[in-house]
Ligand binder design. Structure first.
Ligand SMILES: Cc1ncc(C[n+]2csc(CCOP(=O)(O)OP(=O)(O)O)c2C)c(N)n1
Ligand SMILES: [Mg+2]
Length: 361
């Protein structure tokens, strides 16, 4: 979509070697390969729709920034697979996720209408947090609304997992931790507690190579997170953060282990932020990072790569186009619908309501 997509995605053409590598990644690990081979076609297409929904939700926000509806938006462009794969691998109505701002798509993939996600940005009275925050969640759907303080979801999700363990419920709690967020005390304390208590938690370490305007090399001396899980004494694995099926399979296997009482997993996902920290610094990000980095990751567009996979898998191009048309329509309708709430601002005194839980045991 020229004007909205990163330039590397406009006129995107598949790189044959990368398409082969994408498939090879899925065949490298026997357990993951077996899981992927058993996946029904329907699930695979739901993952495709999920990637599109995430991308188009972000495009819509960008459009609103350009047209002055909102002033700024935090997007997950290029990182969609790291959110969509894991969320689909969990059990709806049973497991809990705590997305960070980059993982907002967890909400729609667990059933929150895109219109409500967009309303969160408008801050309207009828938005999920009644105008308090653009960080969006849906507790009834298993999505804990995040706060902006990075790292803090780690001890919270760990606490939720402790409840699951104490109640002997086979449930899993999952959160994403950015490469920069690994440097917070909260992330360390939470991960360590989950480790020693062997809690059913999955931590996805989302290494998008950057923390705000600071490149990975300037905040993380080891250069990668290969030894991160071992330093806590927990099970670690990596998945290709731009490969939705690898993300799905790695998370599914980790969740099964959690349910069997085998303790937490830390999954390292390598990916790349194809935009700025938010819409305000997109150009700055381009100035900060070498162009080759954008080119390298631009060739690995998680949506384009998955389309190539599906085509080889026998899915007709027409079927993919139908899904795209349907999701585009869904997001357009959602935006129109949300805009109707634009002037419904919450009354000031509502900020004092709903702060503390009541009658909760
Ligand atoms: C505790 C805390 N410190 C600083 C900030 C400001 N801040 C917001 S996002 C961010 C960078 C986070 O980087 P990373 O964890 O890699 O996530 P990414 O934005 O790359 O997805 C910072 C420093 C914050 N929100 N919370
Ligand atoms: Mg980061």
């Amino acid at each position: 979509m020229p004007g909205f997509d990163p330039p590397e995605y406009v006129d995107w053409k598949p790189d044959r070697a990368l398409v082969q590598e994408y498939r090879a990644t899925l065949e490298r690990d026997a357990e993951r390969a077996a899981l992927v081979s058993r996946l029904p076609g329907e699930t695979k297409l739901a993952l495709y729709a999920g990637l599109l929904r995430a991308r188009l939700h972000d495009t819509q926000l960008k459009r609103w920034v350009r047209t002055g509806v909102i002033s700024k938006a935090w997007l997950g462009t290029g990182e969609e697979a790291t959110t969509v794969g894991p969320v689909h691998a969990l059990e709806r109505g049973r497991d809990i996720v705590a997305p960070m701002i980059r993982n907002a798509a967890a909400c729609c993939e667990l059933g929150l209408p895109v219109s409500d996600m967009l309303r969160a940005y408008l801050g309207s009275d009828d938005s999920p947090a009644r105008g308090r925050d653009l960080h969006v969640g849906a507790w009834a759907l298993g999505v804990l609304q995040p706060i902006s303080h990075v790292g803090d979801m780690v001890p919270v999700i760990t606490g939720i997992a402790l409840t699951f363990k104490l109640k002997q419920e086979p449930r899993v709690a999952l959160t994403w931790v950015g490469d920069g967020s690994t440097k917070t005390a909260a992330a360390h304390e939470g991960t360590n507690f989950a480790a020693v208590q062997r809690l059913p938690t999955i931590f996805i370490l989302q290494n998008n190579q950057v923390a705000l305007g600071t490149p990975l090399a300037q905040h993380h001396l080891p250069g990668n997170f290969d030894d991160w899980a071992a330093s806590y004494g927990i099970r670690g694995a990596a998945f290709d953060g731009n490969n939705v099926l690898d993300a799905y399979a790695a998370t599914r296997l980790a969740a099964e282990r959690c349910r069997r009482g085998e303790g937490p997993a830390l999954l390292v996902a390598e990916t790349f932020r194809m935009g700025g920290h938010a819409t305000h610094d997109e150009r700055e990000a381009r100035d900060t990072f070498p162009a080759e980095l954008f080119q390298r990751w631009g060739k690995r567009d998680p949506i384009g790569m998955y389309e190539e996979y599906l085509k080889v898998d026998g899915v007709a191009v027409q079927r993919l186009e139908e899904i795209e048309a349907k999701v585009s329509e869904e997001v357009e309708r959602a935006a129109e619908n949300a805009l109707q709430s634009r002037d419904k601002m919450p009354p000031g005194e509502s900020a004092l309501q709903g702060v503390y839980a009541s009658n909760v045991r």
